[in-house]
Design a protein around this ligand. Structure first.
Ligand SMILES: [Zn+2]
Length: 675
């Protein structure tokens, strides 16, 4: 997942408008770590307010130009405003999601609101739009020309050409949507519901390290959270069906009931906003600047994926049901809280693969080092741990990205669960790099095992994939930070392309040669056996189509709640309907997964993005030599053609530059159908 800077949402500029930090823009390169000096909420707020003030004064300068418009007197100050907004909004969004001090998180939310208000003002400012429109860039370089075209389009999409009353209402709605989104996220993050286990015997089937991490209290009861390190093992391995069902129900009610109303409000306000700008629905509006182009095309894409995955998904379901019938003779249905558990048993019996068996090869620290080594080779960079860099929590690690002896970026790893911390896995931007001005900074916020000196942090293969996935975003953000304009730097590409580099990097976790460079048994140092990797790969083919169908429930829900009259939207009824259509496991009454589906805020209608990006990722990956995935040639070409350009060209062009042709479905289809 990639956290998108709200500027994208406002200006629709593109996907991850990674905007950067950097202090007063006229002091030259500003490469200090972003958290320097932020010792308390007041300091943080003052620093961020200083940036916002600077942005406002740049805005005044831009508007007050007398005489002819030039790149220097118009586009430069405009881009410098974005540079300030990028820093403020990215950093506030990160801090409100991860800081252990509640006062700091509240301050960050306030700062986000201010930055967003300014971004909205800017996007609706007719004077700025007229000034940029008057600029002649016909003799400028290609990047600058593309930047201008995209910027003017984004202004129109923001509603700048509407009358004043309409623009006023647009602004009110945008400001309110920031608050609604924050409330939605907060209700997810702070819903600390738990599952109580009366007796340790209920944990039968769970791995030993899980059991030892969960000690009974004085009365013998054990408390489990619904965070991934607790919920995923329970759903996969707990023999006790009652426990799995309780966990499933709690997990799928995070944010409930509070977020029901918040979500309805979010849907209604977005529908109103889209109408004001001239679109029939939010889904039509939000897809207008994506690769997919329209809500209708997104829907066609989802239908195509649903159809392609049908036969295999049904075969997988029948296999899981047969396995359940061994335990429950005469069973006619597999329930949602049983699917993962029985799929795991099928992998054990039919594929001779127990997903627990690889965990001793995936201790967190080793995987981290392995990931560093692999990506260093691929992209020609190295990573240097840096101490004494100010961070928001003592567990956070800072690193420099080094190329040819030069520091070209900095990043932060916040990898393990902590109270009140964002509870999924995502790359959060911190500041976008700009050539000669500032190096990029970015962070990974995850909830992976480990982080405790007594716990080796043995990860599942899924965890390893998550780590590689998020790191794929991070590398993208860091190697695209050397453009002349911040507005086209970083991951400022179309949003439905953003998940391609991240999903592609997951491929390296499935390659025997790559795995054997780092996956070593944490006690004996034995490399992961070739035969075990082969069994793991075969086993991983099982359940894939059901997962694709599950993803399409999410994608279609995300599109559907935003493609119609909000008065007709009953989110629970829609979930129920889609589960019935796409999944053989019945909807579980009393669940409301939509209230913790954070993407409904950040990605709104475009969750299809993941599968769309995966189609592209599979095609791009087919260019690599399967026999030698670490070969540098094609990786360098990929870095230069796809990652480094950031948002300086349309994503379709980046893909064509790399493939030598537009992307197709062939590689994705053969992945889907592989058994
Ligand atoms: Zn992602």
């Amino acid at each position: 997942m990639k956290i998108r800077n709200f500027l994208f949402v406002v200006a629709l500029a593109s996907s991850s408008l990674a905007l950067g930090s950097a202090a007063a823009a006229d002091t030259g390169a500003t490469n200090a770590p972003f958290w320097t000096g932020m010792t308390d909420p007041a300091r943080f707020e003052r620093t961020m307010d200083g940036r916002i003030d600077h942005a406002r004064s740049l805005l005044a300068t831009l508007l007050n130009v007398k005489g002819a418009r030039s790149i220097a007197n118009t586009l430069r100050p405009y881009d410098d405003i974005l540079l300030e907004l990028d820093a403020v909004s990215s950093q506030a969004q990160l801090i409100q999601s991860v800081h252990p001090d509640e006062r700091m998180r509240q301050t960050a939310e306030k700062i986000s609101q201010k930055a967003s208000a300014l971004a909205t003002d800017l996007s609706l400012n007719r004077g700025v739009f007229d000034a940029l429109s008057a600029l002649d860039v016909s003799h400028a370089d290609a990047e600058t020309r593309y930047y201008m075209t995209r910027t003017l389009r984004d202004f129109r999409l923001a509603g700048v050409d509407k009358d004043e009353a309409t623009r006023k209402r647009i602004k009110e709605l945008r400001d309110e949507l920031v608050l609604i989104g924050q409330e939605f996220d907060r209700n997810i993050r702070t819903d600390l519901r738990t599952v109580t286990v009366a007796n340790a015997s209920e944990l039968e089937g769970l791995p030993q390290d899980f059991v030892s991490r969960h000690k009974p209290d004085a009365k013998g009861a054990i408390t489990l959270t619904i965070d991934y390190p607790d919920s995923l093992p329970v759903l996969s391995f707990a023999k006790n069906e009652g426990l799995r069902k309780r966990m499933y129900l709690e997990y799928n009610n995070r944010g409930y009931p509070k977020n029901m109303e918040v979500l309805d409000k979010m849907i209604a306000r977005r529908a109103e906003l889209a109408k004001l700008i001239g679109y029939s629905s939010w889904a039509d509006y939000i897809t207008a600047d994506k690769m997919v182009g329209s809500a209708a095309q997104a829907s066609t894409f989802i239908d195509r994926v649903v159809a392609a995955s049908g036969p295999k998904a049904m075969r997988e379901y029948e296999t899981i049901l047969k396995r359940k019938q061994q335990d429950v003779p005469g069973a006619t249905v597999v329930n949602a809280w049983e699917r993962t558990f029985y799929a795991e048993l099928v992998r054990q019996s039919s594929y001779d693969f127990d997903s627990q068996s690889v965990r001793p090869y995936f201790a967190f620290d080793r995987v981290k080092q392995g990931l560093f080594d692999v990506t260093s080779k691929l992209f020609g960079v190295s990573y240097r741990p840096v101490r004494n860099v100010p961070v928001w929590d003592k567990s956070v690690e800072a690193y420099e990205l080094v190329e040819n002896g030069r520091v070209i970026g900095r990043f932060y790893l916040d990898m393990h669960p902590r109270k009140d911390k964002y509870n999924h896995a995502a790359e959060f931007p911190i500041r976008t790099g700009v050539a000669g001005r500032q190096i990029p900074e970015a962070s990974l916020i995850c909830n992976l095992p480990g982080g405790d000196p007594d716990d080796p942090g043995l990860m599942t293969h899924d965890d390893v994939e998550t780590f590689f996935h998020e790191f794929g975003h991070l590398v993208h953000a860091l190697v695209s930070g050397r453009h002349q304009w911040i507005g086209i730097g970083g991951i400022s590409t179309e949003q439905d392309f953003v998940e391609a580099p991240s999903q592609m990097l997951e491929e390296w976790t499935r390659d025997t040669n790559t795995l054997q460079t780092f996956a070593r048994q944490y006690q004996t140092n034995e490399a992961i056996p070739t035969a075990l990797v082969a069994r793991m790969r075969r086993a991983s083919e099982f359940g894939k189509a059901l997962n694709v169908r599950q993803q399409m429930v999410y994608a279609k829900l995300s599109l559907s709640i935003y493609d119609r009259d909000p008065k007709s939207v009953d989110t629970t009824a829609m979930v129920k309907d889609l589960v019935g259509k796409y999944l053989p496991t019945p909807y579980v009454e009393g669940t409301h997964f939509q209230t913790s589906f954070g993407h409904l805020d950040g990605y709104s209608a475009v969750y299809y993005t993941y599968m769309w990006s995966l189609v592209i990722a599979k095609d791009m990956f087919s260019q690599f030599d399967a026999g030698n995935l670490l070969a540098p040639g094609v990786a360098a070409k990929y870095r230069n053609a796809v990652l480094a350009p950031g948002g300086s060209k349309p994503a379709a062009t980046l893909v064509t530059d790399f493939l030598g042709r537009p992307f197709g479905f062939k590689a994705w289809e053969s992945w889907l159908n592989a058994e």
